[in-house]
Each structure stands twice: as C-alpha cells, then as structure tokens.
Design a binder for this molecule. Structure first.
Ligand code: PLP
Length: 491
C-alpha cells in the first residue's frame, strides 16, 4: 500500500505550474517533513521508485534529493539509501485540517496573532465589467516612449553619479527642487526644497501627515462626504473622526466652528480645490473663515489638492497653503497628471514637520523610489509635464462635455448634476433614492462598476450620490458604460 505522504506528494506535483518539477518535489518533501509525516530517520524511496511513482524523469528526483541533502533536510546513508536527517527536531504528524486534499490547501490565516484589516478593507477591490472610476486619468495617454526615454536617461545619469544608494528619506533632491519651484511659480506657495517631502502618491502623504498630527483619541474633522481612504488613515491612527456638514458650496464653516466648540479638534482634512466627491471649489470667503478658525482653535489643515492641474473654465484659486503655509499640510500628486502607478506624490509643510514626515518615510519604506523620482524631475524640468498637461486638458475637456451629453441622454429625470469646472469627475444626485438603489443593484449584472454611493459618507451623515470619472474612458467607451447605467435605471 502506498503511504499517505506518497499520495500527497503526487498531488503536489503539477507539470503545468511554472515552478521546475525538481523544486516542486523539494518543496513537497520539506512540507511533509515539517508536518511530521516524514519523521527523522525515515527512509525515502529510491530515486527510481519515486520517479516512477510521480511519473517524472529519474534525474529530476536525483536533483531534488541532492538539493535537500545540501540543505540538510536529508542525508545519504550509503547503499542503504536516502533518509530524513535525524538531527531535525521531531514533529508529530499534524492533524488533517479538513477533508480538502493538500493540493487544494490555501495559505489563508497565519498561525500567529495579527491586526486584521477593517471589515471593509479599502484595498483588493476587484470586479468585472467596465469601471466608471472616481476620476482617474486615462493611463493610455501618457506617451510610453517619453517615459521610457526618461527612465533610460535617469538610469544612466544616476548610475554614473552613484545616486542609486540609500539616501535622504525626504526624496530625490532634484525632484524636491523641481516641485518646490513649481509650487512657488504656479501655485503661490512660499516653499523651498526643505519644505518638501516626496511621497508614494498623495495617499502616502495623507497618512504621514495624519500619523504626525494625531495621537490616539484626538478629534479630527472631515467633510460629511469625503475621500474614504483619508478617513481610514485617521481611524488607523486612533482618531475620533467627526463629520462636518457640507452644502452646494462645500464645507459649512459654521458647523466647523460648532464642532470646535464641542471638541478639542486637532486637524481637519479637506479638498478645497475640487471637493471630493461633489467637485465644487470652496469659495474664498469660506477659505478665509476656515483659516481664521484654524488659528482660533489651533488645529492643522490637511489640504489635499489631488487634481490641481485640471480646470476647464477659469484659472483655479490658489491653494489655501499659499496664504497660510504654517497652518497647512499641503498634499499633491502626479497620479492624475501622469500615472497613478508611478506613485509620486509630495507634501509641502514647515520644515520641522517635513523632518517628522521623513522619519515616517524611513520607518515605512526607507526612502522611496529614487529612479522614478529622478524620472519625474526630468519630465518636469524638461517641460514635458507642462506639454502633457496642455495636451490632456484638451482631451479631457472634450470628454467632459461628451460625458455630460451621455448623462443627459441616459439619466434625464433620474439624476441631476452640474458640469464640473475642473477635476476629472461628475457628481450625480438622485431625485429618488430608491432609483439609486435600483441602479446600484442592477449595474453589476449589466457589466458596469462604480464606487458605492455609501463609500463617500462618513457614518450616516451626508447625501448619497455617485461620483463618476469622465477622463479615463474614450468617448465611445464612456457612452457604452453610461448606456448600461441608463438601462439599469429603466429596467
Ligand atoms: C481625493 C483624493 N486624494 C488622494 C488620492 C490618492 O491619490 P494618489 O495616492 O494616487 O496620489 C485620490 C485618488 O483618487 C483622491 O481622489
């Protein structure tokens, strides 16, 4: 009779896997030894026997045995054969976990304690069908050739100058200079490179800021409708997150004052340039009132300016950080202008805070990605990014109008919206919440996905609505996706 481990071994070897067969045998035997099914001193079958059993070449088994002998799992006992090393600690056979065969076992839970993610983890979203995202760029537009050239020259220069070693966690000096110059010239921020920390996208910047500003139990304000990952960052750092009312013009500053009188507020997160998700730009008088409140109640403002570059009707207001740099942590990103996958963001703040962020970077990932940072600096300094901004702005301006037409054609009388003056998304309010429920329930079966209307709300506060990005799909693609939404509404 075949011993059970032999059967299991056979099940773990699969020639269709990309791993070489001899390595599969090595892994399988180690697994059996670790589980106690092959105890110390046990003899293995001869290489010929095992090869026959597994239906593989004998040389493959010999290679596996040699490897295991070299690693110390097996020993060769002359003519008697090959046995499990008797210096290994003895292990009892593990109880079978379930009726599942070993080949089906999944590496699911670890054997030790860990902090599980929240019930609804933000990461790992998947799904099928067309995605109407929340305002991503079209990843097909950024010219691959320009990116390739920039990487090529960055690799050459950085290697020649020996700059691909461990370095300052605040980011590549050249990019910090470029970003500081750009923020000063184009957005009115009084900053130098010492006020800049390069981050892995703005999400990383938001987290570094929150981590530095918040101690467990501190109160942080966010708008009643906001960017969920920012709320999650506050919660991960132990903050008590309090939602503030918003209206058609953005954050309700009177409610901010009320909350400041009710709690000791440490920080507020907001997106004044294009409110996320509702897209409105915060009016100057509210900006000034908010700054006055920040002074009076001594809280920090995290200003997330995630898509500053896109404005289609008029020049944008300057960031709040341009007139109160010592009150604000200003967070920006190249994700929307270039590509989210490059993970280049930045934070502008007073120097002492930047040092604190640098400490955070050194804990999380040491120092960021020098090569991609050099590439971004190259593209900024050579004017490529400015050229690209002009080019995509034209494309997106057209897509914005076509998207509005599509929405009118498909959701007339169902949802209302304003054509956004800037940014890359529309905000849809539904006249009948039951219709929104129906659309959300039916859309997946029709092959169209979008962010859950509840995902923008903090607690039960705030309206529900859909945020639909218009930039990442071509006009024909967007039209087809919107037709599915329309169908979901009419079904
Ligand atoms: C409001 C807002 N903030 C931050 C981010 C994070 O972007 P990234 O980390 O890619 O810069 C996004 C991404 O969509 C966003 O919409």
């Amino acid at each position: 009779m075949l011993r059970p481990w032999k059967v299991v071994l056979g099940e773990r070897i699969d020639s269709s896997r990309s791993m070489p067969i001899y390595l599969q045998i090595v892994h399988a035997l180690i697994h059996e030894i670790e589980r106690g099914r092959l105890p110390s001193g046990a003899f293995l079958p001869s290489s010929r026997e095992l090869a026959k059993l597994l239906g593989v070449n004998r040389k493959t088994v010999v290679l596996a045995y040699e490897d295991l002998i070299a690693q110390g799992w097996l020993v060769s006992n002359g003519t008697r054969g090959t046995m499990v090393s008797d210096t290994l600690p003895d292990r009892r056979p593990a109880a079978p976990r379930s009726t599942q065969s070993a080949a089906d076992e999944r590496l699911d839970k670890p054997a030790f304690r860990f902090q599980p993610p929240p019930e609804r983890p933000l990461a790992l979203q998947g799904g099928t069908g067309v995605k109407l995202d929340e305002g991503s760029p079209d990843g097909r537009i950024f010219p691959a050739e320009i990116l390739t050239q920039a990487y090529r020259s960055a690799i050459r220069r950085a290697t020649r100058d020996n700059r691909l070693l461990y370095r300052d966690p605040r980011g590549a000096p050249r990019l910090r200079e470029s970003i500081a110059t750009m923020l000063k010239a184009e957005r009115g921020l009084a900053v130098t490179a010492d006020n800049i920390c390069i981050t892995r996208g703005s999400q990383n910047g938001i987290f570094l800021a929150v981590r530095t500003l918040i101690a467990p139990g501190d109160v942080a304000l966010v708008e009643a409708l906001t960017y969920e990952p920012a709320v999650a960052a506050f919660q991960a750092c132990g903050a008590k997150v309090v939602p503030v009312r918003i209206d058609e013009q953005g954050i309700d500053v009177e409610d901010v004052e009320r909350q400041c009188r009710a709690h000791r507020v440490r920080a507020i997160f907001l997106t004044p340039h294009h409110q996320f998700p509702t897209t409105v730009s915060l009016r100057p008088e509210r900006r000034l009132r908010l700054l006055a409140l920040a002074q009076q109640f001594n809280f920090a403002i995290i200003e997330d300016d995630y898509d500053h570059e896109f404005h289609f009707e008029s020049q944008p207001l300057l960031p709040m950080a341009s007139y109160a740099p010592d009150r604000i942590v200003y967070v920006g990103s190249l994700s929307k202008l270039m590509l989210p996958a490059l993970r280049i963001g930045y934070v502008a703040a007073p120097e002492t805070l930047i040092d604190a962020f640098a400490h955070g970077v050194s804990l999380i990932d040491g120092m960021g990605n020098t090569l991609t940072e050099e590439v971004a600096a190259e593209l900024i300094d050579e004017g490529e990014l400015r050229r690209h901004t002009r080019k995509v702005s034209q494309i997106y301006a057209q897509r914005r109008l076509a998207f509005a037409d599509g929405l009118r054609a498909e959701l007339d009388g169902v949802a209302e919206f304003r054509v956004p003056g800037g940014g890359l998304a529309f905000w849809l309010r539904f006249l009948d919440p039951a219709m929104l429920d129906r659309i959300e329930a039916r859309a997946p079966a029709l092959g169209v996905r979008f962010a859950d209307s509840r995902s923008f709300r903090v607690g039960e506060a705030g309206d529900r609505g859909l945020r639909l990005g218009f930039a990442s799909l071509r006009e024909d693609e967007a039209r087809a996706a919107l037709a599915k939404l329309g169908k979901a509404a009419r079904m």
